[in-house]
Design a binder for this molecule. Structure first.
Ligand SMILES: [Zn+2]
Length: 303
């Protein structure tokens, strides 16, 4: 991959919506492969596909950076996006929807529209002001295939993972996968239990991708730098190990403080604990999703 350009952008403050700090980063466009790039800025990574059919986007970051992100998309040569796919409903991925809806049809899992339409809560803050233009108009339940120019996209729903409406986008010809927030590269994952997410669903989502992804796939995370499959495997190992330790500790009636004191994340903290989810927050979310609630399938479903 190479960096295409580094336009001027102010250091961007943190995602206050989550009540946690977010690393400031300049807007950058990274070419990946086969016409697929991603734009990092404020919020989740925007995936862009440009080919003879025009341009297509995955996620839209926040409203306030939508004009500069649109400029970065147009600079890739395919014009304004014809389609915009939301990987999930969080505002750092859908806040720019209304802006991009002037050229794009918006696609998403049906729970994304449901959450954007109603009152949803994140980090204790209720969001109920989504403009109509920002709502996805093409909805699917388990997945969707889109042919766009010479590319074949597979939109794959991951049930109860980061939220209850996650979509993983596979660019088959390019062999590039946009994971949305089912993958945090270099940091502990945010599991949004209040939006129907679950630790087991997150593990299942990542294992699913690893089961079918080509060996030389590039993987774009919701946050952080793109990696190869080895990066995703390391993330899966970290996640599975910590979840197993938390479950074993909880079976011995250890609470959050006792689990942390026992060091369930200690050997991973230096590599993964420096992002916007720290060890405490990760373990807390895993504890909120312990079996048997997980085994009985309680919680938000696709309906
Ligand atoms: Zn998210």
């Amino acid at each position: 991959m190479k960096l295409l350009r580094s336009p001027l952008a102010p250091p961007l403050a943190f995602c206050a919506l989550l009540g946690i700090s977010w690393l400031a980063q300049p807007q950058e466009t990274h070419a990946v492969r086969g016409g697929v790039s991603y734009i990092s800025n404020k919020g989740g990574n925007i995936g862009v596909l440009v080919n003879a059919a025009g341009s297509l986007m995955v996620d839209a970051q926040f409203a306030d950076v939508a004009p500069e992100n649109e400029a970065a998309v147009v600079a890739l040569g395919g014009g304004g996006p014809v389609y915009l796919i939301n990987t999930h409903w969080h505002p750092d991925h859908t806040g720019g929807n209304a802006h991009f809806a002037s050229t794009a049809q918006i696609f998403a899992h049906l729970n994304v529209r449901r959450r954007l339409e109603g009152d949803s809560e994140i980090g204790g803050r209720v969001l109920n002001d989504t403009p109509r233009a920002a709502l996805p108009v093409v909805l699917f339940k388990t997945g969707l295939k889109i042919y766009f120019g010479g590319e074949e996209l597979h939109l794959i729903h991951a049930p109860r993972a980061h939220t209850d409406g996650d979509t993983i986008v596979y660019f088959k010809e390019a062999r590039v996968i946009h994971m949305g927030d089912t993958y945090f590269s270099g940091g502990y994952p945010f599991i949004d239990i209040s939006s129907g997410g679950s630790a087991q669903g997150l593990i299942d989502a990542v294992e699913g991708v690893i089961s079918w992804a080509p060996e030389d796939a590039w993987v774009i995370p919701g946050h952080g730098q793109a990696t190869d499959l080895r990066g995703l495997l390391a993330y899966l190992e970290m996640l599975k190990t910590i979840v197993a330790r938390v479950r074993a500790g909880a079976a011995r009636s250890l609470d959050l403080d006792a689990l942390l004191a026992e060091g369930v994340t200690r050997d991973f903290d230096s590599q993964w604990g420096g992002g916007f989810i720290d060890a405490r927050r990760l373990v807390e979310s895993i504890l909120a999703d312990l079996p048997p609630s997980n085994e009985t399938g309680q919680g938000a479903q696709d309906e």
